[in-house]
Design a protein around this ligand. Structure first.
Ligand code: PLP
Length: 433
């Protein structure tokens, strides 16, 4: 691998002059790990190539969507064919219907509405929950990310079951005054919030399995408890599967718990994999709830590019190709990398915990299991930063944050996995310094 990063550095300089921080989404910056982001020119299979010609095994996979790997020939072909017929009509199309049918077949939702981002999906699901119940409060968990929706960019207030405060400047107190933020996995806090505010709570929204504080598998029965608590109080249970959907398993996180335990969310949100690398997301759920949505019902929601024919074609092709073999491959490659990361970090004496749900996993740089955001926050982020830089130097592009899942694809073959394994021991030693 050529060590030069001159072109990336030059582009980053130009980018910073015209774009805040030089990136179009903060997670792409290297602020948490040091150094400059690499600008990517192309990607194929499991590999990224930057503008200087350096190659990396990609463990970001566009933050989840690239389940089949980059530039998959069949996805490319169906997209090219779709593009040849025009790119957006503002009228209904066949791929929208087919993708909706595919999602309805794989998940417990009765119908879906397409949008263009996960943020829009959760924002719209919450509006629908409020419209359906006629209530205003929303419950969420600290450390769960649902996109940059004002009401969900909230931090816990001063006591449990108290109303939240804005998590960022620009979000008015009025937007988070209707949000309750609780510690993840804290059943007592959930019960207390519903006892105190139950008749005002429109919905509880949770990541089906948190992936945005690193991967935290819900303890057995936790999601079922949430669904039951919501039902007892006439609130809706909104399961955010934007990250886990069609990735944690063929049926997402629900395939690992709800499908086994026999319950289903009232509403679900999807994104990432279902767009096949294009901007497509969705929310869906119970028929009677979805029937409240315009134009069938009175709750307004819309989008110029919603259900875009190119995006839905890419998503449809991706889901059709995502058979059991894909998930078996992700499981096997993940097991190999998890075991090697554990060995390397243990040998170097670096405190760490590897956690997973289905095919999704992450490595926490801390010494005890992570059940909630407070646990995740105890990580040694300096050790992760050194680890990240050493992996990058050895041709492995990890998410540049200690709070993220490591994403694999069906294209992570033996050569890609071996590149990761070869890099781990030296990166672990770097983390120990
Ligand atoms: N929900 C979850 C669980 C996510 O992980 C994300 C993004 O990472 C979102 C919602 C927001 O999706 P988007 O970035 O497409 O707006």
């Amino acid at each position: 691998m050529s060590a030069s990063t001159d072109r990336s550095e030059d582009l980053f300089r130009r980018a910073r002059a015209v774009t805040p921080g030089g990136v179009n989404s903060p997670v792409r910056a290297f602020n948490a790990v040091g150094g400059d982001p690499r600008f990517i020119r192309s990607a194929r299979g499991a590999w990224l190539t930057d503008v200087d010609g350096n190659e990396y095994v990609d463990l970001i996979c566009s933050w989840g969507p690239m389940l089949l790997g980059h530039a998959h020939p069949e996805v490319q072909a169906t997209v090219a064919e779709a593009v040849s017929r025009g790119t957006s009509y503002g009228a209904p199309t066949e791929p929208e219907v087919e993708l909706a049918e595919e999602i309805v077949a794989r998940t417990p939702v009765d119908s879906v509405r397409f949008v263009s981002s996960g943020t829009e999906a959760t924002m719209s699901a919450i509006r629908l929950a409020r419209g359906f119940t006629g209530r205003d409060l929303v419950v969420k968990f600290a450390g769960c990310y649902h996109g940059h929706v004002d009401a969900l960019l909230a931090s816990a207030g001063s006591g449990l079951a108290t109303l939240a405060v804005p998590g960022t400047p620009g979000v008015p107190e009025s937007a988070t005054a209707l949000t309750i933020v609780l510690p993840y996995h804290d059943r007592e806090a959930v019960t207390a919030a519903f006892v105190e505010h139950g008749d005002r709570i429109a919905c509880l929204v949770t990541e089906a399995a948190p992936g945005n504080m690193g991967v935290v598998a819900p303890e057995p029965g936790f999601n079922e408890f949430l669904a039951r608590t919501c039902a007892e109080h006439g609130a809706l249970f909104v399961s955010d599967e934007v990250m886990t959907g069609f990735r944690a398993s063929r049926q997402g996180q629900w395939g690992l718990d709800g499908a086994v335990e026999g319950w289903r969310p009232d509403l679900m949100t999807f994104g990432k994999v279902m767009g096949g690398g294009f901007p497509a997301a969705a929310f869906g759920g119970r028929a009677d709830v979805m029937a409240r949505l315009a134009p069938e019902g009175p709750v307004y929601q819309a989008g110029t590019l919603s259900g875009n024919p190119i995006a839905t074609t890419a998503g449809l092709t991706t889901l059709r190709l995502a058979d059991d073999g894909v998930y078996e491959h992700l499981t096997k490659a993940g097991e190999t990398i998890k075991a090697a990361a554990t060995d390397a970090l243990a040998a170097a004496g670096v405190p760490h915990v590897v956690q997973a749900t289905g095919t999704m996993f992450s490595v926490f740089f801390t010494d005890s299991p992570v059940r909630d955001f407070a646990d995740a926050s105890r990580q040694d982020t300096a050790a992760f930063a050194a680890f990240f830089r050493a992996m990058l130097d050895r041709g492995v592009y990890l998410p540049p944050s200690a709070y993220e899942a490591w994403f694999l694809s069906a294209a992570h073959d033996d050569r890609a996995v071996q590149t990761v394994l070869d890099a781990l021991p030296a990166a672990a030693r770097a983390a120990a310094e």
